[in-house]
Write a protein of this length. Sequence first.
Length: 119
Amino acid sequence: MLLVVGITAMIGAYTSLGRNQRLAMESEYMQRLAIDKYQELVATEALETQSLNGDFSDRGENNYLWSASVTATGTNNLSALSVTVTPRDSSDTEQFTVNGVVYQQPQTTTTGSATAGGG
C-alpha cells in the first residue's frame, strides 16, 4: 500500500514538473515575440500611422496576439511604447509586456517663400 502511494506521488510530481516546464517555455516564447514586435515597431518609425494590434500570422504563428500603446512622457519627442503579447486562447491568462521609451523626430513644416527675380 505504501508503494502505491509513493508511485502516485511521484507521477503527480512529474506531471506538475512537465506542466511548469511547458508554462516556462511558453512565457519565454511570448517574451521573445514581444521584444521582436517592439523592435519592429521602433524600427518603422511610424507609430502614429500603423496598426497597434494584430497577430503573428506573418511569422506562421497563429497562437498569439499582440497589442501596443503609445503614450506621451511629458518630454518633447519622447513617447512611451508598450507591447503586450497574449495567447489567442482566452482561457490562458498568461501575458508578457515590454515597455520602453521611443524617440520620435519632431515634425517639421516647410513654408515656401517666393522670391522675385529682378531683371
